[in-house]
Ligand binder design. Sequence first.
Ligand SMILES: Cc1ncc(COP(=O)(O)O)c(C=O)c1O
Length: 378
Amino acid sequence: MNISIPFNRPCLTGNEYKYIAEAIANGHASGDGPFTRRCHELLEKELSVAKALLTTSCTHALEMAAILLDCGPDDEVILPSFTFVSTANAFVLRGAKIVFSDIRPDTLNLDESRLEKLVTARTKAIVPVHYAGVACEMEAIGAIAKRHGIRVVEDNAHGLLARYKGRYTGTFGALATQSFHETKNVTCGEGGALLVNDPALVERALIIREKGTNRSQFFRGQVDKYSWVDVGSSYLPSDLLAAFLLAQLQEREAIQRKRRHIWEVYQQRLAGWAGERGVRLPVIPPDCDQAYHMFYLILPSVEYRQSLIAQLKHQGILSVFHYVPLHSSEMGRKSAARETECLVTEDLSARLLRLPFYNDLSEQEQSRVVDAVTSFEG
Ligand SMILES: Cc1ncc(COP(=O)(O)O)c(C=O)c1O
C-alpha cells in the first residue's frame, strides 16, 4: 500500500543544517558543547527551571530520574498503565516495583481521585504523564505526594510548553522529563531532557549524566582532576544533535502556532461527525493550556477503530493507536507490586486512534484525512 500521508513526518524550521555545520566547524561534536549549552540556557530561561540537561532520549532522562531518587528493590512507583514502556522501564531497571494506576476518562491522565489508595509505606515516586500534552491535575497530585513525602517525576514527553493553571508542565515535580523524538513537536530525531526543579538534585544529576564522574566539576575548575564518584552512564547527546535541536527550539512559537491551527481544524471539522457517530474528541479542561501534541479519536468500539485504520490506509493515510496497557503486558505483570484494576485504561486504549499530525501537514493533506474519516461508513 502506498502511503501518501504518513502519521508523522520530521519537519525542518530553517536553521538546522546551518547550525550543524557550525557545530562541526566548532570542532566540538561530542556532548556538552556550545549548542548544548545554548539549549540548556533556552530551556532554563523559558521554563524557569533550576537546571535543564539534554539527554539522548526521554527514556534516558527517566532512567536518570530513577537513579537520582535512589529507587531500588524495596520501592514502589505509581504510574499510569496507559503510557509508553519507558515510563515504567526506567524504574524497573533499578529493581523497583510498579503500581499501575487507572486513568481519568476525560483526559486519559493518571486519575488523581484513585491515587491515594495506591500509596503505601514503600511508595518512592509518583510519575504522572501529561498525555497528549494536556496537564494532569498537578495540584491534587502534588498535595498527595507532599502529604506522604513522595517525590513527583513528571513524564512530560508530550507536553513541552503546555501549562497547568498558567504554569508550565515540567515545573511541578522534583524532576521532569522531555522527549525530542521525531514524533514530538520539537525534535532532533532522538533526544530528551531532564528538568531538575529541586536544586538539591542538580549536582548529582550532572555526575550521573557524565558516566558517574565529576567531570563537570572539573570543567568548572572545582576539582583538579575528575574521577569515578557515583553510578552513571553516558546520557548526553552529541552537540550535532543539540545544534539541530536549538534551531527547532528557537522556532518553538511558530511550531506551536502551526500545530494549534492543525489541532483546531481537526476539532472544528470533526465535531459534527463525531457527535452523530458517538465518537469522542479530546477533552481539554479549563485549567489546561495544551501543547497541541496530538489529535485522537475515541471510537465506539475496537472493531470500528480497526476498520477505520484499514479504510484510511486504503486511501494512503496512516493512522495509529497506542498504548497497549502496561498492567496487562507480560513485563507489566512481572513488574507490578500487586494487581490493580485499570478498567478505563483497558476500555479507552482499545478504542483510541491518532490521526496524522506534524508541523508541515498541509491544508490539502488535512482535508483528505478529514474527508476520509467523515466518509467512513462504520
Ligand atoms: C509518555 C512517554 N514517555 C516517554 C517516552 C519515551 O520517549 P523517547 O523516545 O524520547 O525515549 C514516550 C515516547 O513517545 C512517551 O510517549
